[in-house]
Design a protein. Structure first.
Length: 78
């Protein structure tokens, strides 16, 4: 039983090293259209990130300017 478990353990260690190395039987990678699709997705995320940051900064300005008006008592009654 001890030799069987030692043999299985050594086979598992060797097999995981071989599988992690890739074995050289990989495909040719991403095609041109797949690269363009991923780049397009990244551009969409970036172009949505910029207005989001601007909105966040505007919210922070609104929060802190409202706090300053309450602190100084300069709220205007309409």
């Amino acid at each position: 039983m001890r030799t069987l478990s030692a043999t299985l353990l050594s086979l598992m260690i060797t097999a995981t090293k071989v599988l992690a190395a890739g074995g050289g039987s990989e495909g040719e990678g991403l095609g041109l259209l797949a690269t363009f699709f991923i780049a397009f997705g990244i551009l969409i995320v970036l172009f949505q990130f910029i207005p989001g940051i601007m909105l966040f900064v505007g919210m922070l300005r609104g929060i802190f300017s409202a706090g300053d008006e309450k602190l100084h008592g300069t709220t205007s009654a309409k």
